[in-house]
Design a binder for this molecule. Structure first.
Ligand code: HEM
Length: 468
């Protein structure tokens, strides 16, 4: 069974009741980092039942430089996976994500250079702006006392949970299943073995994902489980990896693009053609409903019924992609049953590449009726047990793959990675528009402004790290 009390709460919940959030990307001091963490421990909230009623939530994660600052020895650091050790701004990762030009790490607000180094990420969530300020005072007091420097980002969920483009977000997140295979099986269920997200449990392959170890210390008060005969401790158990990306969106540009192209796509013009095109680019309706019908015999989804809105596949209902384009953001990000020759192996393979998304908006909410030029976007956050197999795979092999699903020269229409050089053809987006399939030339609406890979330890592991 999952040890909820030892797992940070963000793994289980997007904190929908705590709409206001503040993120600190922290540079820890050369000395005293462990003492700072020790003081922070009481603030960290878990996913245990005792925390369910908590008004405020706080979670913590560390990069490799942060773990170093906390005194974790080199041999222990080497037990972490390569992607985490290299970091999101490493040159090979920039090539993988297309982070160049105005998205290059040198231009990021955090995480891209030594000046913007991220050792730790402190996340605070509260139901009101005042409650968030109170929590922030306590957290910032600790920064001051221990000499931490921080880059701050305010993030929030809109009241109706829509993103800047007007789409209801975070409809589709996997459901953690500690017993695998689940007793009640639904082919299109979002259940995924817990080990895909929390270290120390079985993953979709039936294995326990390798996890970092730390040396045994005589002083250790809170022992994570021992994993081997050398008395190394299981530092990874109940932890998860976090990928953060600050994605600035040109929302006004997105709607100008949709309005310009929509008028030429469908013969019978409708007033909502721009919205119709936007929904095809995303692959869902703005209210979160899928573009494809639910499988035959499935319970009809009630409005707001998240799991029901997610029990669908593409193979039987839309194999030719006439309802939801092959290149639509959600069809790329989670191809469900549509990979390869049959549904079952596809669903099984896709289960190994799922993400828990905990992104929030930054910048003022965009009003389509009154567009402005303010900076806004998504503080994207994904949690997973294996950064390479999950986050990097979804980004590079599905979203940013020009040959995805039999397409050529197409890339994800939302994250919009720019061409790497002039020899690359302009990207298009194909959609089934009556009477013929049509293509629109994509533009770019997103610029990367920050990023980091972090490890969010379990609570006992945090206590261990605080011993320095
Ligand atoms: C500014 C950039 C982005 C925007 C505006 C955006 C927007 C959306 C929207 C509107 C949805 C549908 C609602 C939902 O299921 O939550 C969605 C789903 C999703 N997105 Fe994004 N997204 C962005 C970036 C990313 C990135 C960088 C990734 C991963 C690397 C990603 C992965 C996913 C996944 C996995 C889903 C769920 C698909 C499903 O299960 O059907 N998104 N996104």
């Amino acid at each position: 069974m999952l040890e909820h009390d030892d797992i940070q709460g963000l793994v289980f919940s997007g904190y929908a009741r705590q709409r206001f959030a503040r993120y600190w990307f922290v540079k820890l001091p050369a000395t005293g980092a462990a003492a700072w963490l020790s003081r922070m421990l009481v603030r960290v909230t878990s996913g245990g039942p005792s925390e369910h009623g908590a008004e405020r939530r706080c979670n913590l994660a560390f990069s490799v430089t942060g773990l170093e600052a906390l005194g974790l020895p080199e041999a222990a650091l080497r037990t972490f996976p390569a992607a985490f050790l290299r970091g999101m701004a490493a040159p090979e990762r920039s090539r993988l994500f297309g982070d160049h030009g105005d998205s290059a790490p040198e231009r990021w607000d955090f995480g891209g250079t030594e000046a913007g180094r991220v050792d730790a990420l402190v996340l605070a969530y509260a139901p009101t702006a005042d409650a968030l300020d109170e929590e922030s005072d306590l957290i910032e007091d600790g920064f001051e006392r221990f000499g931490c420097e921080a880059h701050v980002e305010d993030a929030y969920l809109a009241e109706d949970f829509r993103d800047h483009l007007g789409f209801v977000d975070a409809r589709s997140n996997p459901r953690l299943q500690s017993l695998w295979p689940p007793r009640k099986k639904n082919r299109y269920d979002l259940a995924v073995p817990a080990g895909e997200f929390v270290l120390g449990y079985r993953n979709a392959d039936g294995h326990v994902t390798p996890r970092p170890r730390a040396p045994w210390r005589a002083s250790t008060r809170s022992l994570p489980h021992r994993v081997d005969a050398r008395r190394a401790l299981d530092l990874g158990r109940n932890g998860t990896f976090v990928a953060v990306r600050k994605l600035a969106q040109d929302v006004a540009g997105f709607w100008r693009f949709a309005e310009r192209h929509a008028s030429s796509l469908w013969p019978a013009a409708r007033t909502d053609d721009a919205q119709r095109l936007a929904e095809h680019l995303v692959g869902r309706r703005q209210d979160g409903a899928p573009l494809v019908p639910p499988p035959a015999g499935a319970r009809v989804a009630a409005a707001g019924d998240f799991p029901a809105l997610n029990r669908f596949g593409y193979r039987d209902s839309d194999g030719a992609a006439s309802l939801c384009p092959f290149g639509a953001h959600v069809r790329r990000a989670n191809p469900r049953d549509s990979l390869g020759d049959s549904a079952a192996p596809s669903l099984k393979a896709v289960r190994k590449h799922r993400l828990i998304r905990r992104g929030r908006l930054y910048g003022p909410l965009f009003e389509r009726a009154a567009p402005d030029a303010a900076e806004r976007g998504l503080l994207f956050m994904a949690l997973c047990a294996d950064l390479e197999r999950q986050f990097e795979f979804v980004h590079a092999a599905w979203l940013d793959n020009p040959k995805f699903g039999g397409l050529t020269h197409e890339r994800d229409p939302l994250i919009g990675v720019p061409a790497r050089d002039e020899t690359e053809r302009t990207e298009t987006f194909s959609l089934a528009a009556s009477p013929f399939r049509r293509q629109v030339t994509l533009e770019r609406f997103v610029r990367v402004r920050g990023g980091a890979y972090l490890f969010m330890p379990g609570l006992r592991a945090l206590a261990y790290l605080a011993e320095g």
